[in-house]
Design a binder for this molecule. Sequence first.
Ligand code: ZN
Ligand code: ZN
Length: 245
Amino acid sequence: MKVQYDLHLHSCLSPCGDEEMTPCNIVNMAALLGFQMIALTDHNSCRNVPAAVEAGKRAGICVIPGMELCTNEEAHMVCLFPSVEQALLFQEYVEQRRLPIPNRPDIFGRQLVLDEEDRFLDEERNLLIAAADISACEGASFARKLGGAAFPAHIDKGSYSLLASLGTLPEEAGFCAAEITARGDIPKLLKQCPALESMLLLLDSDAHSLETMQDPAPWLDLPELSPECLMEVLNGDITVPWGRE
Ligand SMILES: [Zn+2]
Ligand SMILES: [Zn+2]
């Protein structure tokens, strides 16, 4: 089945995410736009994942538990998990390796934790955008150990991308997929990094506001609409057709 996806979205838990990016608003906007599968990937935290997954169940959208990890290479990597439990285990691992720098809401914005009805639960006190002391290889390997998958985020960006930080994608990380921005120049990227030829290229919005959630053009042809099936595809266990309208 052709699944229209966006595997990189930020909620009001990310300091740079709009406060209107609540779990229910994200899921309802995704439903309006016609997505079948989205992932919630806040910076270095999964605390809004339980609410988004519950809201997704109500709206009939498959919400993949996730996180955008900032690695010690100062690069962003999207980590996705088959269940909320696995995502929260990954979060515990990241929390132990995050610098405890207090957030400055006046500068960076508030970091709100909400429930599945968008009710306030808590405000995360530690700044979530600082790099964790985890390399891309370590993070990817631990995500896989938990049954999840990882891919380098927005590799065509000039900052916070593994390609910009290292000039290449580390082979040891074993990536089978990579994310490019909607405007990414694919031929130029393939020249810069020939390893991408054999990889699944994902086009996500990385939206931090409801207006920047994009129309669902990219698709994956998945055997079934489930987090487990997506993990198999991202880990290269199965190969599926993919593209954009
Ligand atoms: Zn990023
Ligand atoms: Zn992001």
